[in-house]
Design a protein around this ligand. Structure first.
Ligand code: UD1
Ligand code: MG
Length: 420
């Protein structure tokens, strides 16, 4: 996009999170909140994106993509000071500047697009997003005159009793003409109550200069929520979870009980798969078509489930591939493993993948039958069509060739199956 740049504000300490982790790195549905903001901004097109960092800047910087430029705010003196820290990158720049807070992960790309479009069409000095909030406490309130024109944004601590009832809040997402932003931001004065320079003071200053200010409404706090506390974090999780489940349902996945189903944002699920209640699917999991998952199933990062697979009651899969047409129906753990096709994993099967020092790998070939309560001590390879009898313990590195039947503790080869 020509004559366009973005600044994401992410230097704040996030004091109200009460955490060692920088606020913007806290995850919502499996992704750090700042990544949602960056993805939404990136979706507008190709242009320079600056992220202002301060508190634990190195940790956040390491996390950013190469196309993002980190700008350091030396002292955390508020959102206006954060903008000033990025000012040197805008020398000679004439265009529009999108400013977004790194703690508003629910913002939709389409709303950002609409904001930029409205801003460019109206040629306003500033167009910013507002939202109607049932409980506006803590947000900057949008102050309008008798005509409905915006005259200021007032922060919670500076509100009069009457203004506290205003439900239209500032989302913290603005589109500025660069000359208006940088022309005025340097004159913002310190707010003595908080010892910070408020970016929101710019609205009153631009309005007093007679500049045009426009707003666009976001879809309430379901889009405009700013995450300042752990409670906000869980609220954002609830909203995003609903969006994720809706997307899957639209794509042909049955979710029996959305209230108890937790699916992260990067999960992929094929059509006609059914997810039963009390299921958690975390990280980069991929599930094929026509699977039955849960109830009470935990699929963890690295789980790859083929087509027509059943992973059902009280099961856990972690960093493991399960091939097409496998069954794993009752209370089992499969971790650090590759399982072929048509394998039956009986009730209570465990891949003992951790030896106290490291994770070890289990390989199970096609058509194997893993009997109930088999303990498979990794590293281990189980051949095609092999059978492990109920209750056996297959010790590490033991040989289970194709078609063999092993039983006992420790498991020994007892007989062989015909291999066709
Ligand atoms: C801010 C707005 C408020 C708005 C709300 C929306 C101001 C003064 N207030 O309040 O009107 O309703 O967002 O969520 O802007 N940051 C920096 N450097 C700083 C301070 C903050 O980069 O020195 C960053 C933070 O990392 C954060 C963002 O700016 O991503 C907003 O800061 P935060 O402290 O969360 O402001 P709010 O109190 O939420
Ligand atoms: Mg905030």
């Amino acid at each position: 996009m020509a004559n366009f740049k973005a600044i994401i504000l992410a230097a704040g300490k996030g004091v109200r999170m009460n955490s060692d982790l920088p606020k913007v790195l806290h995850a919502v549905c499996g992704k750090p909140m700042i990544d949602y903001v960056i993805d939404a901004v990136r979706s507008l097109g190709s242009f320079k994106i600056y992220v202002v960092l301060g508190h634990q800047s190195e940790a956040v910087k390491q996390h950013l993509g190469k196309d993002i430029e980190a700008v350091i705010q030396k002292k955390l003196l508020g959102t206006a000071d954060a903008i000033r820290s990025a000012q040197h990158h805008f020398k000679g720049f004439r265009g529009d500047v999108l400013v977004v807070c790194g703690d508003t992960p629910l913002l939709k790309a389409e709303t950002l697009k609409a904001l930029v479009k409205a801003h460019r069409a109206s040629k306003a000095a500033c167009t910013f997003l507002t939202a109607e909030a049932d409980n506006p406490f803590g947000y900057g309130r949008v102050i309008r005159d008798g005509e409905g024109d915006v005259t200021a944004i007032c922060e919670e601590k500076d509100l009069t009793e009457d203004q506290k009832d205003i439900r239209e809040i500032n989302v913290g997402t603005y589109c500025f003409k660069s000359e208006d932003l940088f022309g005025v931001v340097k004159a913002i004065k310190l707010n003595k109550k908080k010892n910070e320079f408020y970016l929101t003071d710019i609205i009153d200053m631009l309005a007093k200069e007679g500049k045009k200010i426009r707003t666009l409404k976001a879809q309430g706090l379901a889009e405009g929520l700013g995450i300042n506390t752990r409670e906000d974090l869980s609220r954002a999780g609830a909203v995003l979870r609903k969006r994720i489940l809706k997307k899957f349902m639209n794509e042909g996945v049955t979710i029996i009980d959305p209230e108890t189903t937790y699916i992260d944002c990067n999960v992929k699920i094929g059509r006609d798969t059914v997810i039963f209640p009390c299921t958690m699917i975390e990280g980069d999991v991929v599930i094929g078509k026509k699977c039955l998952i849960g109830p009470f199933c935990h699929l963890r990062p690295g789980a790859r489930i083929g087509n027509t697979v059943e992973v059902r009651n009280f099961t856990e899969v972690s960093r493991a591939t399960i091939g097409d047409n496998c069954f794993m129906k009752h209370f089992s753990f499969v971790g650090d493993a590759v399982i072929g096709k048509r394998v039956n994993i009986g009730a209570g099967v465990v891949t003992a993948n951790f030896d106290g020092k490291q994770k070890n790998f289990t390989q199970i070939a096609d058509d194997a039958f893993i009997g109930s309560d088999s303990i498979l001590v990794a590293p281990l390879k189980i051949g095609k069509k092999a059978i492990t009898a109920a209750g056996c313990v297959v010790t590490k590195n033991s040989k289970v060739p194709a078609g063999s039947i092993v039983m006992g503790v420790p498991a020994k080869i007892n007989s062989r199956r015909k291999l066709r």
